[in-house]
Design a protein around this ligand. Structure first.
Ligand code: ME8
Length: 494
């Protein structure tokens, strides 16, 4: 079975920030979960390098545009490394394989393309065409200053896809998620679709329109085609088709329209399968305010990771808000999560159980003859992944963490109730089975958090000498174990 997931490809006109790190981390968790679940995974991310906005940023920087793209794209690659993003492909839209793919897509939708004159407003900040009624005081909804555009352009007959799109949404209720966003898209399409201007001729930082001198593709056609490129299109058409069908696009809510309206229309026109789902996530504010360079409150993932560690940041972003909703990023909230959820709940469970076993010379005899209380915790542990799977399949990342934390709380409560230290004093024969079930629950928890916090999971696996990698290996019983020395998972704040 194949599972494919993509992040948006990021514009390289500015530095990566926490919003980019968020989209990439969410996609990474889906990719990691599915890999551990034994699926073939294709996970792509990358950079969107053409368009007027990038061309102007290059000009401002004084760098030649190709050199600027190389330089800025590298920063996004570094952000991926920093966030521990396990991508299989990092795609850049300036690569020859992509230029070929975008041009092929263009030629496949040519029957729906005509030439005409465009006159209207353009918002270079978001690379979108805007209508009169969207403009307030000369500004587009993005806050960008609109520019008048008048040029001979190519148009895509988007209007003729209105009914087909509505039919498709109707027959594929899970195509757009979350539901509230789906409703917004449907009402947008119902309100009427205009044909889409898909070329520019006033500048040349883009992919040439095939057989048409002086025109470059509108950056969004170019950008959306990245998903096909990464799947091997056009050389490996049947593989690309297959992957497209299994693909989940993770996007921010502000670019849902491009992914849920334009993209499916292009694919329908080209006769290519549509992706499985488009999931629109929400936006982060910074201490209650919109992140903006002028306010100076843009959150830099590098400084956060250096200060708190990558796993804590990954955890915080997924736990703090339900995936799909907006959230607020503050260090205060982050510190609380680290202290309560990570150090107190998870860290403490691992530390107290493993330290106890260590005190007994690191040895216990696995004993699966369980009392009722042990059996209950054992069954919950063995069932954890089965509970997570449906949540991950609907991208409920926050819900998945809640389920894992339920098991952590249950395990901590079990320790408090059973009091292994007392059993040890009285040489109670139940002790081995109590420690066995606790090791089982910690092992299950480590598997569960692995996609979210891979470094932390690895530490637990190392503490416990667990070699298994796949979820399927969770069902193997512990043998008599000797644990090496264990350390705290999350250093407490000084
Ligand atoms: O739109 N909160 O690129 P982009 C959460 N190149 N997520 C945020 C965010 C925030 N404050 N700010 C950005 C583009 N993001 C196009 C995409 S895809 C074919 C082309 C995330 O650099 C979010 O996922 O503006 C958003 O959709 C993405 O970064 C946009 O990045």
């Amino acid at each position: 079975m194949t599972f494919c997931v993509t992040t948006p490809i990021y514009y390289i006109n500015g530095e990566p920030h926490i919003g980019h790190a968020y989209a990439s981390t969410a996609a990474d968790i889906l990719a990691r979960f599915n890999r551990l679940d034994g699926q073939q995974v294709h996970f792509s991310t990358g950079t969107d390098e053409h368009g007027i906005k990038v061309a102007r940023s290059a000009e401002k920087s004084g760098m030649e545009v190709h050199a600027f793209s190389d330089f800025m794209s590298m920063k996004f690659r570094e952000m991926s490394e920093l966030m521990n993003i396990s991508y299989d492909d990092f795609i850049r839209t300036t690569e020859p394989r992509h230029i070929k793919s975008a041009q092929k897509l263009w030629s496949m939708i040519e029957k729906d393309i005509y030439k005409s004159k465009y006159s209207g407003w353009y918002d270079p900040r978001d690379e979108v065409f805007v209508s009169e009624d969207e403009i307030v005081n000369g500004l587009a909804p993005s806050g960008g200053k609109v520019e008048w555009m008048e040029e001979e352009s190519y148009f895509f007959k988007l209007s003729s896809y209105q009914d087909k799109l509505l039919e498709y949404y109707n027959s594929h209720p899970d195509f757009i998620a979350p539901q509230s966003r789906r409703n917004e898209v449907i009402s947008f399409v119902k309100s009427g679709l205009k044909d889409l201007c898909i070329s520019r001729s006033k500048f040349n930082w883009g992919i040439d329109v095939p057989n048409s001198i002086g025109h470059v593709m509108y950056v969004w056609i170019d950008a959306l085609a990245n998903y096909l490129t990464t799947f091997g299109f056009p050389d490996n058409m049947s593989i690309a088709e297959q992957k497209m069908k299994e693909c989940i696009h993770i996007v921010g809510k502000e670019i849902l329209r491009f992914h849920a309206v334009y993209w499916p229309a292009f694919l329908m026109s080209a006769g290519i399968s549509l992706p499985k789902r488009i999931f629109a996530h929400g936006w982060w504010t910074s201490n209650g305010q919109k992140m903006s360079k002028s306010i100076g409150n843009v959150i830099d993932p590098k400084s956060m990771v250096n200060k708190y560690g990558v796993d804590c940041i990954r955890y915080f972003m997924m736990k703090e808000v339900k995936f799909g909703e907006d959230g607020d990023f503050s260090e205060e909230a982050l510190k609380k999560r680290i202290s309560y959820d990570l150090a107190n709940d998870l860290g403490n469970l691992v530390q107290r159980v493993l330290a106890f076993i260590q005190k007994r010379e690191g040895k216990f005899i696995a004993d699966y003859n369980f009392s009722e209380a042990c059996s209950e915790l054992f069954n919950h542990s063995r069932n954890l992944i089965n509970k997570l799977r449906p949540l991950i399949n609907k991208q409920d990342l926050n819900g998945a963490l809640n389920v894992i934390w339920d098991l952590i709380s249950e395990s901590n409560k079990f320790v408090n109730d059973v009091k292994p230290w007392e059993l040890s004093r009285t040489q109670n024969s139940e002790l081995d089975s109590v420690l066995t079930v606790l090791c089982e629950s910690i092992r299950a928890i480590a598997f569960g958090i692995d996609p979210f916090m891979p470094n932390t999971a690895k530490k637990i696996f190392d503490f416990m000498n667990i070699k298994g990698k796949l979820f399927s290996e969770i069902n193997e019983n512990f043998q008599t174990q000797i644990f090496p020395h264990s350390y705290p998972l999350f250093p407490r704040e000084k």
